[in-house]
Design a protein around this ligand. Structure first.
Ligand code: UDP
Ligand code: MG
Length: 156
């Protein structure tokens, strides 16, 4: 089991609905480590870079309007299998289909306004982290409680 880093975004709906504290709490309570965090305004150019795989899709124009409509909070999150752990915590894209207990299932009823982005693979995470964070904005530190969150042999 490898320690991974993933890009998480609290989207403009999460910021406007004042859910950042609640969402950050879920990530901290899970035992994952925050190694980068900032608020920023996504521009049209940044949106096209981040959502390159979706730019030619019919829903893209509305997605760009949404993601640029207000500030987002970007986080770099680290932990064992952090990419898939976070995706499981998010639930499926459409909040109407997401199970209770997941972030999208607990807080939303929309396919577009689904509150949180999470990278979908280790490769995507590396690409997306580089889009949102400079290397010196990602902080290395030893969390004091680390030894009570995961056994040493679970991290390679
Ligand atoms: N989205 C949308 N309409 C769609 C599909 C997706 O507005 O029909 C938005 C939604 O906010 C989603 C994002 O585009 O989170 C990226 O879509 P993807 O299929 O990659 O979903 P995700 O990986 O975020 O679950
Ligand atoms: Mg995706």
């Amino acid at each position: 089991m490898a320690s991974e880093r993933t890009l998480i975004l609290f989207k403009p709906d999460a910021v406007q609905r004042r859910l950042c504290g609640e969402l950050l709490g879920r990530i901290e309570n899970k035992g994952l480590k925050i190694v980068g965090l900032k608020m920023l305004q996504v521009t049209a150019e940044l949106s096209k870079k981040h959502y390159a795989e979706h730019v030619s899709k019919p829903f893209y124009p509305l997605l760009e309007s949404f993601i640029t409509a207000g500030p987002v909070v970007a986080l770099a999150v680290e932990g064992p299998e952090a990419v898939s752990v976070m995706r499981t915590m998010l639930g499926p894209t459409n909040g109407r289909q997401a199970a209770p207990g997941t972030i999208r299932g607990d807080f939303g009823v929309s396919r577009q306004m689904n509150l949180v982005h999470g990278s979908d693979s280790v490769e995507a995470a590396q690409k997306e982290l580089a889009i949102y964070f400079k290397p010196d904005e990602l902080i290395e530190y030893q969390p004091t409680l680390g030894q009570w969150v995961c056994a040493a042999d679970e991290l390679s």
